[in-house]
Design a protein around this ligand. Structure first.
Ligand SMILES: Nc1ncnc2c1ncn2[C@@H]1O[C@H](COP(=O)(O)OP(=O)(O)OP(=O)(O)O)[C@@H](O)[C@H]1O
Length: 279
């Protein structure tokens, strides 16, 4: 797959405080990459640099090869706080159409694309309602539809499910994976939830404490079709969430545990071997 997002040597300083230190990573087209990191490590700073809202102190961000130096037209963002990102005085349909209107898309096409995007997230028939008439989970689905209606090259998601209850969160996670795969979208999603990063991601990028650097990039070798119960019970899921937790909280990594197991096995073997007499 061609590279959709390339971050090279990215550093961001707020005055004398370094928030991001030399970040390098790439996201191929059609991948759902999750970034997980401890609180305050620099996740929002990273997203703002990728979205062109903050200029890097050093390094570059490229979207499909083009240097990002302002907010790219073909980038959409979904934030945690849906109640502040949707306009309460506009209908659901008008909210979804809003960015398209700003880009000069003709009315008939706006209508068609909004209806299509609402269909992708299972909200056919609610276009004439207002956001405040919908549940929190449904409002966040409207935000996702609005982001997808503009057919972005890259969808950035900043803790998108952190403000909904656990049951709704599971539903939204499944919805995101389904829509991302059906639409072939490229997604970079930031979360502080280890389980969510493993459940959703094709890959998990683990950030260090502030100043943020990438401590590991883990490929999530789980089946593409995931299920909230069986996937979370699977041995690979449990192994990966343990690995991410150790990387975040400073315990031994899988490699260190394997080296420790090997050393213990070798010691046991030496112990069990028949001793040769030296006298
Ligand atoms: N505008 C700013 N001026 C100065 N320092 C800032 C500014 N914004 C963030 N910081 C600092 O930069 C570091 C990274 O902040 P950032 O908000 O990017 O982290 P985060 O991982 O998104 O945090 P959280 O987990 O709380 O969402 C923190 O130490 C923060 O205090």
């Amino acid at each position: 797959m061609p590279t959709m997002l390339e971050v090279a040597g990215l550093r961001h300083d707020y005055g004398s405080h370094t928030a991001l230190a030399e970040l390098d990573f790439a996201v191929p087209a059609r991948e759902l990459a999750c970034i997980v990191g401890p609180s305050g490590c620099g996740k929002s700073t990273l997203l703002r640099c990728v979205a062109g809202l903050l200029s890097p102190t050093a390094g570059t961000v490229r979207l499909h090869g083009d240097l990002v130096s302002g907010v790219p037209e073909d980038l959409a963002v979904v934030f945690q706080d849906y109640s502040r990102s949707l306009f309460p005085w506009l209908s659901v349909r008008a909210n979804v159409e809003f960015p398209l209107r700003g880009r000069g898309v003709a009315k008939a096409e706006r209508r068609e694309r909004a209806a299509e995007a609402l269909g992708w997230v299972g909200l056919e028939g609610v276009g004439s309602k207002y956001p405040w008439q919908l549940s929190g989970g449904m409002q966040q689905r409207v935000s996702i539809a609005r982001a997808l209606a503009s057919r972005p090259a890259l969808l950035l998601m900043d803790e998108p499910f952190a403000s909904v209850d656990a049951q709704t969160r599971f539903e939204l996670e499944d919805l995101l994976r389904r829509v991302q795969r059906e639409r072939g979208s490229t997604v970079l999603l930031v979360t502080h939830d280890i389980d969510e990063s493993v459940y959703l991601g094709d890959r998990v990028l683990v950030l260090s404490k502030s100043p943020a650097s990438i401590v590991a990039e883990l490929t999530v070798d789980l089946p593409a079709e995931r299920d909230q119960i069986t996937t979370r019970e699977s041995a690979e899921f449990v192994r990966l969430r343990g690995e991410v937790a150790r990387l975040l909280h400073g315990g031994p990594t899988d490699e260190e545990l394997a080296a420790r197991d090997l050393a213990e096995a070798e010691a046991a073997e030496r112990e069990a071997a028949p001793r040769t007499s030296t006298t």
